[in-house]
Write a protein that binds this ligand. Structure first.
Ligand code: GN1
Ligand code: MG
Length: 360
């Protein structure tokens, strides 16, 4: 029995009368709807969380509740608006839960829609990149004294050793019969395998600590107000304990790319050093004193690392028959993988310059 959206919303502590429900098409993973209410009542964001990507949605929501409570405390202490600077989870009427499970087993969540917020898919303004850097640095900084346990809600997320094990299985199984058309791309992944696993070993041996990180810091996951001041980080589904460089690398992958993640014309894709410089300056404004020297040293390489991992994830999803990311056309994941390899090449070309920026 498929429940109607209105009946699902009826399970939550929502104020006001619903006036409009619109589908929001941006996310690659969850189904998202904007809920507009009449008059002055708040608006909301309803999400059907992706069960196959997130095997433990109660654990994920418990992570989000803990982390947003901590951030709200910090925001209040400095007189910032706790309802604008982070997510506000709306509870269910029955049992005051942060999610509702429908009779089909789907998990639904609701949070407040932050009014007048803007987000971007690409950045071509260094001031915006700088602000994005401050937003992510501030997020990590506010959570640097968070000491509650968090669940690992996606096993091995951003752990390349783990991902390459999945990759090996995918190559062995060839589930969609697409391997023969991806020879060039597969060779590319294999060429960098050792460099990437070597880099991750410093996380495994403890040289690089795990902090509370967002883990999905692409540009569209941060909100700005209409004057382009930072509001806060959204899409907290992947908040977990992980190396700080995840957030830096994943942010640069989108903030400093000259084109969108799925640009088919790879000649348009490059790393824009002005955006990199501006973002890094913003990020280090908050995190410079907190990071250890090993963590700081890991930042430039993390951009290669996360871009490589993203290329691998898109390509692996293509080979698996497009089962993870939402796609809009047949070769969408392959196009995304090509865009990431093109970006990687440009990052390599700028690598020494990138190191100089972090240590200047
Ligand atoms: C997914 O949820 P969304 O669209 O912000 C993905 C990220 C990828 C990103 C690529 C849980 O993020 O890891 O970097 O797509 N999230 C998950 O655009 O896999
Ligand atoms: Mg997400």
């Amino acid at each position: 029995m498929k429940m109607k959206i209105n009946d699902i919303l009826g399970q939550f502590e929502i104020k006001g009368v619903i006036y409009k429900i619109t589908t929001l098409g941006e996310g690659f993973i969850n189904d998202t709807y904007t809920i507009t209410t009449c008059g002055n009542s708040p608006d909301y964001l309803l999400q059907k969380k992706n069960k196959s990507v997130f095997p433990d949605i109660p654990g994920m929501m418990s992570n989000i509740e803990k982390v947003t409570a901590h951030i709200k405390k910090k925001l209040k202490a400095r007189n910032d608006d706790p309802y604008k600077g982070t997510l506000t989870i709306i509870k269910t009427k029955k049992g005051s839960k942060s999610y509702f499970q429908d009779p089909d087993g789907n998990f639904w969540t609701v949070c407040l829609l932050i009014p007048d917020a803007v987000s971007y898919n690409i950045v071509d303004d260094a001031k915006l990149a700088y602000k994005g850097g401050t937003g992510i640095g501030d997020f990590q900084q506010m959570l640097s004294d968070f000491d509650l346990p968090l669940d690992e809600t996606i096993k091995g997320f951003h752990n390349i050793i783990f991902k390459l094990r999945e990759w090996d299985k995918c190559l062995k199984d060839d589930p969609a019969g697409r391997i023969s058309e991806c020879k060039k791309e597969i060779d590319w992944i294999e060429k960098y395998r050792n460099n990437m696993t070597e880099f991750y070993k410093d996380v495994e041996n403890g040289k690089i600590p795990r902090r509370i990180t967002h883990n999905d810091t692409k540009i569209s996951n941060i909100l700005f107000d209409k004057n382009n001041n930072i509001l806060g980080m959204v899409d907290l589904d992947t908040v977990m304990r992980a190396p700080a460089f995840n957030d830096f690398g994943d942010a640069i992958r989108t903030y400093a790319s000259t084109a969108a993640e799925d640009e088919p014309d790879i000649s348009k894709i490059a790393l824009d050093m002005n955006m990199y410089k501006a973002f890094t300056k913003g990020y280090l404004k908050y995190m410079n004193k907190t990071l250890t020297s090993s963590e700081k040293q890991s930042l430039p390489f993390s951009v290669l690392y996360i871009t490589y991992e993203q290329a691998l994830r898109f390509l692996m999803d293509y080979i698996n028959g497009d089962t993870y990311y939402k796609t809009k056309y047949e070769k969408h994941n392959l196009v995304r993988a090509h865009s990431q390899t093109a970006l990687f090449k440009s990052i390599e070309e700028h690598f020494h310059e990138m190191e100089n920026v972090v240590f200047s």
